[in-house]
Design a protein around this ligand. Structure first.
Ligand code: EPZ
Length: 434
């Protein structure tokens, strides 16, 4: 079983370059099957398990998918299936956003319901409600949702989302591109990844307006064609390195980070005492002279509020802050599982419902810990950087889903970190990691 080993106490400095956004690539690959002619060339595609799952999913439908490092080409002229393999879809909740484009393109889609998740129940009722409003019949059987479009295809609708769901906004937006008439999505998710998706759809010939605001208007068109698109940088990867730079860095430059996508995080890091300088090419983060960040009160919410995906990395940093912090998770019901792993490293965390109270201590102590989800994995690596001795992180399949070359990027910043592919972990803390 693969593990990451970190020897704490080594400061970070230098430059790390951020890759393309996982949470933009996934819906964009799903959207590529809307094109009935031409080839899409998607650039800045990170090498991640989730991107491979999505590429395999659209290929299983008949799309011609070709991959090069950093690039995926898709020609979806000859779609011939309406039911991607369940085992593929169940690997990744994000696969459910294939439903909207597949239904709009072929008139039918049979998609396995996403399984439960480590961060709480994640229903798809808003996805179904939105597609039904556009005329689809939806039937749940054998763990799948079977969508059928009416004769003549989907029609436009005005849809209010009870929750600004990222995935539901994407599914409805994509389906609406080929629906008859106008669709209006109200209380839409405003994440930058949805803006990137809308830009790609418009390059394909769609007519999407208002992405990034809470009201999106889509005028349906008869057909779409392939287009070239370069995916935006991954703001969550960027935020992960910025948090690491605040708590364990002596000057880290996060190249290719877009500060406008991270304003809530940057405000919090400045409140914690870090100095942030952003230039056109990226963001510099300088720690405060005392080298201990100040305690914070953080509340996750929908974009542009503080992102839930950076809740775990921030909790790891606040474990060694000066003072008592509170972290309130409002987006997911059960996204504090990493607290237990941080407590194994000596963190003083107390959970009260949706709020974690974190008493900052000088240093954590290295331990063997397990990633409980993708962002928890990154949090445990950050914790290892500021812990005495060796920290061993397992559960790396979570990390591999969403971070490309996390170990290599931290090594380049001076961290004493390495990955081993079998259970050969030095027992003594005196053993050098690299
Ligand atoms: C996207 O998930 C991201 N994943 C998540 O990132 C991110 O945490 C989340 O948005 C919130 O920002 C991708 O983009 C691939 P939601 P998604 O639908 O679309 C409830 C990561 O680490 N809900 O916005 O699944 C749901 O239960 C991942 O990269 C319904 O009730 O999130 C949740 O409580 C983790 N009914 C809330 O809305 C629905 O039909 C937000 O979910 C849909 C969602």
């Amino acid at each position: 079983m693969a593990k990451i080993i970190i020897e704490g106490g080594h400061r970070l400095h230098g430059t790390v370059r951020i890759g393309g956004a996982k949470n933009a690539v996934l819906p964009i690959l799903a959207a590529s099957i809307l094109a009935s002619s031409g080839t899409s060339v998607i650039e800045e595609v990170p090498s991640l398990l989730d991107a491979e799952y999505m590429a395999a999913t659209i290929a299983s439908l008949g799309a011609d998918v070709r991959r090069k490092p950093g690039q995926v080409m898709v020609n979806a002229t000859n779609l011939r299936e309406v039911e991607p393999p369940h085992e593929l879809v169940r690997q990744m909740r994000a696969s459910f956003v294939v439903a909207g484009p597949l239904l709009a393109r072929t008139g039918e889609a049979v998609i396995a319901m996403p399984g439960g998740c480590n961060i709480g129940p994640r229903p798809v009722d808003l996805h179904i409600k939105g597609l039904e409003a556009m005329g689809a019949q939806a039937r749940i059987e054998n763990g799948c949702v079977h969508f059928v479009a009416p004769k003549g295809g989907l029609h436009g609708a005005r849809i209010y989302l009870d929750i600004p769901s990222v995935g539901a906004t994407q599914n409805i937006m994509m389906a609406a591109c080929l629906a008859r008439g106008q669709t209006v999505i109200e209380n839409a998710a405003k994440e930058p990844e949805n803006v990137d998706l809308a830009n790609y759809l418009n390059a394909m010939g769609a007519r999407v307006r208002g992405a990034g605001t809470d009201t999106i208007r889509i005028e349906g068109v008869r057909e779409l064609h392939g287009a070239n698109h370069s995916v935006i940088p991954d703001r969550i990867e960027a935020g992960t390195f910025l948090i690491a730079g605040a708590v364990a860095g002596d000057g880290v430059y996060v190249e290719n980070a877009v500060s406008q996508h991270l304003s809530s995080l940057l405000a919090k890091l400045e409140e914690a005492g870090a100095e942030i300088v952003d230039d056109v090419r990226g963001i510099h983060i300088w720690p405060i002279p005392t080298r201990r960040i100040r305690a914070l009160d953080v509340k996750t919410h929908y974009h542009p509020a503080y992102p839930t995906d950076l809740q775990a990395p921030m909790m790891a940093a606040l474990c060694v802050a000066e003072g008592t912090s509170t972290i309130t998770e409002t987006v997911f019901e059960n996204r504090f599982k990493h607290a237990g792993e941080l407590q194994r490293m000596g963190a003083e965390i107390h959970i009260e419902g949706r709020t974690a109270i974190v008493e900052g201590i000088e240093r954590l102590s290295g331990a063997e810990v397990t990633a409980t989800d993708l962002r928890a994995g990154a949090a445990l690596v950050i914790a290892g950087l500021v812990a005495d001795g060796l920290t061993t992180v397992s559960g790396l399949h979570h990390i591999d889903r969403g971070y490309e070359n996390l170990v290599g990027k931290f090594q380049a910043l001076g961290a004493r970190i390495r990955r081993i592919e079998q259970d050969r972990v030095p027992r003594s803390s005196s053993v050098a990691v690299v």
